[in-house]
Write a protein that binds this ligand. Sequence first.
Ligand SMILES: [Zn+2]
Length: 383
Amino acid sequence: MRTMALLATFLLSTVAFPMTASADVCSTVDVLEFDGNNANQSVTTQVEFGPRIPGSNASMDLRNWFMETRPEFDWRLDPHHRGGYNLTNLEGKLIPSDSTEETPVIVLAAHYDSRHRAERDSNPDMTEQPIPGANDGGSGVAVLWELARIIPSLNLDHEIWILLTDAEDQGSNNDPSTWALGARAWAENQTQDDINRTDGFLLVDMIGDADLKIYRTFPPSLNNEEGNRLWMAVENLSGPLGLLDGVEDCSGSIGQDIINFSSMDGVNDDHVPMNEVGIPAIDFIDIRYGENATAWQGYWHTHEDTPDKVSAESLAHIGRLLELGLREGSWLRADVLEPTAEAPETTEVSTTFSPIVSGVVLTVVVMISLAFLGLHQSVRLKR
Ligand SMILES: [Zn+2]
């Protein structure tokens, strides 16, 4: 991925969040299963496949490894020819038995390709060699792989799709359209029905940096309601997990400054084509890779992007956040969360009256009152 504009920084109005986490959320935090070490070991596994360049054997090995180790999902290869690449997205669906074409979908996504060149490497003789991609590629896949171990046992009442995109990271810095090729192809092939029922597309990319710091990203912009809904969910979940600076977490400790809403990063990544077709999508990404790195510097797109730069703790921060949101239903649209399907149909009418119904009721009440008054008066007059 690359920067969309220069690093843009806006002061955001801080969304109100509770200073202490609620007991409800904390009882869920207690049962989180995400194992950062498990995820971290998979980063080494991925790097050992070799550079996951579109069309390569390493790329195929990664797909096969993911499918074979997570058989509960219904896997499908999604091949396309784009930008000179024969690319292959990998899509896995976990669908409840009573699912219909209106059942909500949450998509968890990461790119699994690694970059074909290391244009930022300090050694000019090495800039045309492919990067290891431990963090840039490996970390996002690692978090999804560990989540995919846990999700089947959650028995969620909506669909979970895991999307591993290809050819995200092969672009050229002077042409924005050469990035996110796999995601673009996937987005363009979604039906309108599937777009409508996708409540959230959560993208993870470069979230393994041992020095993790994640700002809100755009798109979507600050005036996008669906983007605000998802980012507000992130903020509400981050406090109890100890990821917000100065906010007390469920264990009573003061949170670290991991998720930060004081500024925004503009990023061109796989969430962009999703937002373009109307899928609410947000990107979790730390574009400052390495201690004290500035935006799009550090180990990014160099041969230093190795497994030792990725930490189990950072992977766990993001993995636990996503898992907590899934268990709490936080990524779903609120209207879907209140189906009241089990309530008797008659209660539906009692909750809200349309203006027309209210008007009719009011008119009838007034007429009866007038009639009664008139009758009453007429009765009195007769007396
Ligand atoms: Zn990259």
